[in-house]
Ligand binder design. Structure first.
Ligand code: DGL
Length: 274
């Protein structure tokens, strides 16, 4: 019998938990290991080389934990490290393993969600500066216009739970106003950072009912399920005991408390640092 292992889910911090939550809904029997590099988060303002180096370390760690498949549940890592890992590292390191990101699955559906053809994309500085969304989206929906806005303060606000305080609300309101000012026809906003779903209701209230605010978790989970149906050789390598394990590079006490907020359930993490 083949050795089976969990699906690895990686984020710089807590945001990937919003993706993990949806993955466990779509794939309830599968085992997952989550790794949050909380000690080195946020990644959003870091250089290409540093994000690549940190992400590769995380992928190696999850492979060593027995994961045949790793999801980069982080747009910044998907934008800055995924392609190099897939093309350069994976063939040498673990040619039968797979690393997938969150940008491509989101870009595949975004064009179908807009009626006006004008989509807003908000994310970290790294994700927005990479232009990954317009590049990917135009492969599937060449006539869709993408209006991007970077929100560099949002991840620190969310990680420190300051997004509900008045100063935090002010930053969020200003960023949304700047995005919406780019084009009046924007009818769809993609939350292109896995931390942002905690602001979903807040953003919906700011933009009103005419604008669709889209979190990535459900899209990524649905696409992963379809991927596993199309790749039975990978599906056969995945263990299914409905186990969830957590690792953080920060103190586990801090991680457990904050992760429970993102995931909506109790979390007991182990520590791992590089
Ligand atoms: N959740 C990550 C993302 O989707 C946050 C990046 C960060 O650490 O700044 O981009």
């Amino acid at each position: 019998m083949k050795i089976q292992g969990p699906i690895g889910v990686f984020d710089s911090g807590y945001g990937g938990l919003t993706v993990l939550k949806e993955l466990t809904k779509q794939l309830p029997d599968h085992d997952f290991i989550y790794f949050g590099d909380n000690a080195r988060a946020p990644y959003g303002n870091r250089s290409f080389d540093v994000v690549y180096e940190f992400t590769l370390e995380a992928v190696k760690f999850l492979f060593n934990q027995g994961c045949p498949l790793v999801i980069l549940a982080c747009n910044t890592a998907s934008a800055k490290a995924l392609r190099t890992i897939q093309q350069k590292d994976l063939p040498l390191m673990a040619p039968n393993n797979r690393v997938l990101g969150v940008i491509r699955p989101s870009a595949e559906v975004l064009g179908e969600l807009t009626k006006s053809g004008h989509v807003g994309v908000i994310g970290t500085t790294g994700t927005i500066a990479s232009d990954s969304y317009p590049i990917e989206l135009h492969k599937f929906a060449p006539n869709t216009e993408v209006h991007q806005h970077a929100c560099p303060i949002w991840v620190p606000l969310i990680e420190n739970q300051l997004h509900l305080h008045s100063a935090g609300r002010q930053f969020i309101q200003e960023d949304i106003a700047l995005l919406m000012a780019k084009n009046k026809a924007i009818d769809t906003i993609l939350l292109a950072c896995t931390h942002y779903p905690v602001l979903h209701a807040q953003i919906e209230a700011l933009v009103g009912p005419g604008v669709n605010v889209i979190p990535q978790g459900p899209i990524v989970a649905k696409k992963l399920k379809a991927y596993l149906q199309a790749h039975p050789e990978m599906e056969a390598r995945l263990s299914k005991k409905a186990d969830l394990a957590f690792f953080s590079s920060e103190s586990t006490a801090v991680f457990n408390e904050k992760a429970a907020y993102f995931l909506g359930r109790e979390v007991t993490a182990k520590h791992h640092s590089f």
